[in-house]
Design a binder for this molecule. Structure first.
Ligand SMILES: [Zn+2]
Ligand SMILES: [Zn+2]
Length: 405
């Protein structure tokens, strides 16, 4: 059956490319992907497949119900674009000013649509159900995953698999990781309230710039002296604003920063530490402060058994030339939420063509990827779904084990 899957996917490769290029030319921002959602839903309707629209927003969920009973496996692809001007010189460049598919979500969507079409053709041989989750708004917190889950996209799902095309790794490479693979990405803001005044009379003021400067340095102690060095963490201040004239002492100063972690306990610890240090620094300077900490996506934590299963699957996929453990990425991904509800794994599919020496990274105005990688992603995801169902097939006909009684 896998051989059949690969052959059918090869036959439909051109369609995959044309879908990807169409979507690339017509990108839509997170939470505004109305036309893309309609395009996806129409594709399923034309195939005569059951499809649910407006799931948790612009999300789309389609289903392939196999001829035989069994488990349910979900595959997920995101479909939003970014507020970036496309600077590539290709025939399929974005036609929407200031909006671009600069992360490869057009490729994810084309991959899943064509894979669904092929799996639908094989449904007589499937033992179970395949749920196709087309998720809106991955790029912008709170993201689409959380609302799609609340709206029931994971109902009855036993396991989930997802991939991200990765344009800086060579085509043919699959990267996996057991445990945390992508970080929790949070944002914090601190406003120091001092007491402004004349630059010539500092003794009559509480200089917010001096206090905020001390605070920036004091916050460096969190990663270097508070968090266990075996637990990766980042605390970065990306913005320090206290605009004034040359002879005026600042009344207020505002710091904005990000925290990246892989462990929920470390995440909690850092959130509390920032406040404790801010409180102490302000107390020493007799200033007040306002602190807000906004949680982004949680870390993407892959399940062990499903990741090991994926490694075995990838070994059998033609065109996969190497399989390696990924280093954890400090970037965020709302696939994290699915993995909090069901078992599964998220992996990277290399998408850098051989002739490309210095690929532009994701979110770059000249970002592009090797379209051949879509075929590898489809084969890997398709094999995972088929094999998962085959391994767990006909559960209803399986006699009860002692532990089930
Ligand atoms: Zn992205
Ligand atoms: Zn992405």
């Amino acid at each position: 059956m896998l051989k059949q899957l690969y052959e059918l996917l090869n036959t439909h490769y051109d369609e995959m490319v044309s879908i990807r290029r169409y979507l690339h030319q017509h990108p839509e921002l997170s939470f505004q992907e109305y036309k893309t959602a309609k395009y996806i839903a129409e594709y399923y309707k034309k195939l005569g497949m059951p499809v649910k629209e407006k799931v948790g927003g612009n999300g789309i969920v389609a289903k392939i119900i196999g001829a035989k009973q069994g488990k349910t496996v979900a595959l997920r692809a995101d479909f939003d674009a970014l507020p970036i001007q496309d600077e590539k010189d290709v025939p399929y460049k974005s036609t929407v000013p200031g909006v671009m598919h600069a992360c490869g979500h057009d490729g994810h969507t084309a991959t899943l649509l064509v894979l669904a079409k092929v799996l639908h053709q094989l449904k007589e041989e499937l033992a179970g159900t395949i749920v196709l989750i087309h998720q809106h708004a991955e790029e912008y917190a709170p993201g689409g995953a959380i609302s799609m889950i609340k709206d029931g996209c994971l109902e009855g799902v036993d396991a989930i698999f997802g991939t991200h095309l990765w344009a800086t790794e060579p085509t043919g490479k699959i990267q996996y990781r057991i445990g945390p693979i992508m970080a929790a990405a949070d944002r914090f803001e601190i406003t120091i309230q001092g007491s402004g005044g004349h630059g010539a009379q500092p003794h009559k003021t509480k200089d917010a710039i001096v206090v905020a400067s001390q605070l920036v340095l004091n916050l460096q102690q969190i990663v270097s002296r508070r968090v266990n060095p075996l637990h990766p963490a980042v605390v970065s201040i990306g913005s320090f604003v206290a605009e004034n004239a040359f002879n005026v002492i600042a009344d207020t100063a505002k710091l904005i920063g990000t925290v990246r972690t892989f462990d929920e306990t470390v995440r909690d610890e850092i959130e509390a530490e920032i406040e404790r240090i801010t409180k102490g620094t302000c107390l020493a300077a007799n200033c007040s402060y306002k602190y807000t900490y906004t949680r982004g996506y949680p870390p993407v934590v892959n399940h062990e058994a499903e990741t090991k299963f994926l490694i075995e699957i990838a070994k059998q996929v033609p065109d996969v030339t190497s399989i390696e453990e990924a280093e954890p990425h400090m970037g965020g991904e709302d696939f994290a939420y699915y993995l909090q509800h069901v078992k599964g794994t998220f992996f990277f599919t290399g998408a850098k063509a051989e002739h490309v020496k210095n690929p532009f990274p994701h979110h770059h105005p000249k970002f592009d990827f090797d379209e051949k990688a879509m075929l590898i992603a489809a084969k890997t995801l398709g094999s995972a779904a088929i094999t998962y169902l085959a391994n767990h097939g006909d559960v209803c006909q399986t006699p009860l084990r002692r532990s089930d009684v």
